[in-house]
Design a binder for this molecule. Structure first.
Ligand SMILES: Cc1ncc(COP(=O)(O)O)c(C=O)c1O
Length: 409
C-alpha cells in the first residue's frame, strides 16, 4: 500500500496550497450569514429566458457537433463574435490573436504555464486578484508587489523596482494588472498610468498581462482605453489580454478568451491541447448567442444600472454606519463588483472575520490578495450578490462587530 503520496507529488505541487479564498468558504454554509465574500454576479442579471431559448434551439439544430470533440482554439462563430465585441472597444485583432479559454482562471493558468519557470520573478499590484496569485504561484515564483494608489499602481516605485532588478540581472517575466475596477480594491488605473506601464514595458522589455473581467461594468466616469488598445496605437505587441464571460454573462458557463501576439496564442493552444483540449462547444455557443442575439448592449446597460444602484446604496450605508471616529476608510469604485475596506492598523481582519461570523456577516480578509508581505487590516467586500436589504443589514452587522472589537482594543 502506498503510504507516502506526498513524496511522489511534483516539486511544484508538494507545497502548493491552492486557492486561499476557498478555505473561508466552508464557514459560509449557514443561511443566516450574509456573505459579501464571493465574487458572484447576481442571478438577477442572468439572461435566463435568452439562455433557455438559445439552448433549446442549439440542441435541436446542432446536437451532433455539440456532443462531439471540437476545435481547440475555439469555435469559429464565437471567435468572430468576440472579434466584433472587442472592435466596439477599439481593439482590432484577427483569429490568430485569440484563444477561447474555459474562463478567466484558465486564461491565467495558461499564462502561468507558458511563461513561468521555478524561480522566475513577476510584478503584481499590492493587493491584486488572489486567483492570479494562486495560478502563477503554482510554478514557485518570486512575486514583487507594487502598492496600489487611488489611480492605479505607484508607477514610480514600479520603475525603481524594475531598475533595481535590472542592476541585479533579473528580468521579470511579466507585469500583471487588472486596470479596470480591480479585484479586490475596485480601483481603476488612470490613462496616464496605463501609458507609463507601457513605457516601462518597452524600456525594460517586460510584457504586460492585462486582466479585464469587469471592463464593461462601469457605473460612473469615462471609459479609459485598455492597455491593449494603447499598445496597438504604438504598433506594439507587448500586451496579452485576459477576458471572461463570467461577470457579464454567467460564471457557470466557464468561457473566456485570451488575446495577444500570434506566437503567444499558438503556444497557449499547445498547452490547451495538453490540458483541457477543447472548451465545450455548447458553452461556447451560448456565449456566441449572448454576444449576438440576447441584446448585448441593453443587457450591459441593465447590469450597470443594477450594480451601480447597489454600489451607491452600499457606499451611502457605509457613510452612515462607519463615522470617521471609527478610523475606517474604503474605496469608492467607478465600477466592477468589489470595494476595499481598511480598518485601523492594529486589527487583523482574519480575527475580525471570525468575529463577523458571530454577527452573521462575512467578507474576505485582505491578506490573501498579496503575493508577499501581506497587509492584515483590509477586507474585500462584494456588493453584487446580496440583495439591497441584505447589503444594508450587512453593513450594520459589520459596524457592530467592528465597534465591539475596537472597544476591546
Ligand atoms: C481579475 C480576475 N481575473 C480572473 C477571474 C477569474 O474569472 P473566472 O471566474 O471566469 O474564472 C476573476 C474572477 O473573479 C477576476 O476577478
Amino acid at each position: 500500500m502506498i503510504t507516502n503520496w506526498n513524496d511522489r507529488f511534483s516539486d511544484n505541487i508538494r507545497e502548493f496550497e491552492g486557492y486561499s479564498i476557498g478555505k473561508i468558504m466552508k464557514y459560509l454554509n449557514d443561511p443566516n450569514i450574509i456573505s459579501l465574500a464571493g465574487g458572484l454576479p447576481s442571478p438577477d442579471m442572468f439572461l435566463k429566458t435568452g439562455m433557455r431559448i438559445a439552448s433549446k434551439q442549439r440542441l435541436e439544430e446542432d446536437i451532433d457537433t455539440i456532443m462531439q470533440y471540437t476545435s481547440v482554439p475555439g469555435e469559429k462563430s464565437l471567435v468572430d463574435a468576440i472579434i466584433g465585441f472587442l472592435a466596439r472597444d477599439s481593439i482590432n485583432i484577427s483569429p490568430e490573436n485569440l484563444i477561447v479559454t474555459s474562463s478567466g482562471q484558465h486564461g491565467l493558468d495558461l499564462t502561468g504555464r507558458l511563461f513561468l519557470n521555478h524561480g522566475d520573478t513577476i510584478i503584481i499590484d499590492r493587493p491584486t486578484f488572489a486567483g492570479a496569485i494562486v495560478a502563477f504561484s503554482m510554478q514557485r515564483i518570486n512575486i514583487v508587489g507594487i502598492d496600489i494608489e487611488s489611480d492605479g499602481a505607484n508607477v514610480d516605485v514600479y520603475e525603481e523596482k524594475l531598475e533595481a532588478m535590472k542592476k541585479k540581472g533579473i528580468k521579470p517575466k511579466f507585469m500583471y494588472a487588472v486596470p479596470d475596477f480591480q479585484n479586490p480594491s475596485g480601483i481603476t488605473c488612470s490613462k496616464a498610468k496605463r501609458e507609463k506601464l507601457l513605457d516601462l514595458s518597452y524600456k525594460y522589455d517586460v510584457p504586460i498581462i492585462e486582466d479585464s473581467p469587469y471592463r464593461d461594468l462601469r457605473y460612473t466616469g469615462e471609459t479609459i482605453p485598455s492597455i491593449y488598445e494603447l499598445d496597438q496605437k504604438r504598433d506594439g505587441n507587448h500586451v496579452i489580454g485576459l477576458y471572461t464571460f463570467s461577470k457579464i454573462f454567467c460564471p457557470g458557463i466557464r468561457v473566456g478568451f485570451n488575446i495577444g501576439p500570434k506566437e503567444v496564442i499558438e503556444r497557449m493552444i499547445n498547452i490547451k491541447e495538453g490540458n483541457i483540449l477543447n472548451t465545450p462547444k455548447f458553452n461556447q455557443d451560448m456565449c456566441t448567442e449572448f454576444l449576438t442575439t440576447m441584446g448585448l448592449e441593453e443587457h450591459l446597460e441593465n447590469c450597470r444600472n443594477y450594480y451601480g444602484d447597489k454600489l451607491n446604496l452600499f457606499l451611502e450605508t457605509m457613510e452612515e454606519y462607519f463615522p470617521p471616529e471609527m478610523g475606517v476608510t474604503w474605496t469608492k469604485p467607478d465600477g466592477g463588483l468589489f470595494l476595499w475596506v481598511t480598518v485601523p492598523e492594529h486589527i487583523d481582519t482574519n480575527d475580525l472575520f471570525m468575529d463577523a461570523l458571530k454577527y452573521n456577516v462575512a467578507f474576505v480578509p485582505g491578506d490573501v490578495f498579496y503575493g508577499e508581505n501581506p497587509a492584515l487590516n483590509h477586507m474585500r467586500i462584494n456588493y453584487s450578490f446580496a440583495s439591497k436589504d441584505q447589503l444594508v443589514e450587512a453593513v450594520k452587522r459589520l459596524s457592530g462587530c467592528l465597534r465591539e472589537r475596537l472597544s476591546k482594543s
